[in-house]
Write a protein that binds this ligand. Sequence first.
Ligand SMILES: C[S@@+](CC[C@H](N)C(=O)[O-])C[C@H]1O[C@@H](n2cnc3c(N)ncnc32)[C@H](O)[C@@H]1O
Length: 240
Amino acid sequence: MKLSCIGCGPGDPDLLTVKAVDRIKNANAIFTPTSKEGKPSIALSIVKKYVDEATTSITNLIFPMIKDKDSLKLQWKTNSQLIAEAVLSGKKCVYLTVGDPSLYSTWNYLHKEFRQNYNDIEIEIIPGVPSFFAFAAQAKMSLVEGDQTLGIVPACYDLDKIRHTVASCDSIIFLKDGRYFDSVVEILYETGFNDNSVITIAQDVSVDEEILETKKLKDLRNTKNPAGKYFSIMVARKND
Ligand SMILES: C[S@@+](CC[C@H](N)C(=O)[O-])C[C@H]1O[C@@H](n2cnc3c(N)ncnc32)[C@H](O)[C@@H]1O
């Protein structure tokens, strides 16, 4: 009666832990998130080479990208029910998530449902390489040094909240949707960055389609959509 949540890392299947691969190879049932009916699951695509499709059932669970809390809660309940039924029937079940499960993951919503409604199911969480550590490795950069502070900010929400974090940190990692990165450029200027501040931006880190580039902040001022995809990361360092 155990459910393993697996951090699948940023995209390269060789960046999974040995424990994660073991759980995936031995699973009877794999549950994996996607945002829409019919849309392939990115987490599943990362681990595909470890899955024995002849002996393992695969269920895509839908987590729609909407903001209506009631609809979302209903969906989280339905998804957790589906997993719980499989666990309670004796199957070895895993839930996949991109990067690490503790960072902006659909797992967080399921975990709350399990704590509230299925306390007798044991939960195991296997960490994964978070996207921004894979990003730093690919860019061959250090995120922070000495007494510097690091902020992690989702770029697609409240700009005032973002301003507060950006003002108080030496390095900032912007996540969640590169299509919003241009909206934070003015905030960087307001909070102590200058024209020559170095900004590193990447899309699809650790897979074949990866794009990684370093720019000056002044070049971003005139760029619409410096990264055009949801799977993007931007890192700004104040004191470089
Ligand atoms: C819902 S969050 C999930 C974060 C994930 N749990 C982690 O540990 O990195 C999705 C965001 O993570 C970032 N992300 C995840 N994988 C990425 C990749 N391979 N390349 C670029 N960004 C990625 C993007 O900012 C994306 O919008």
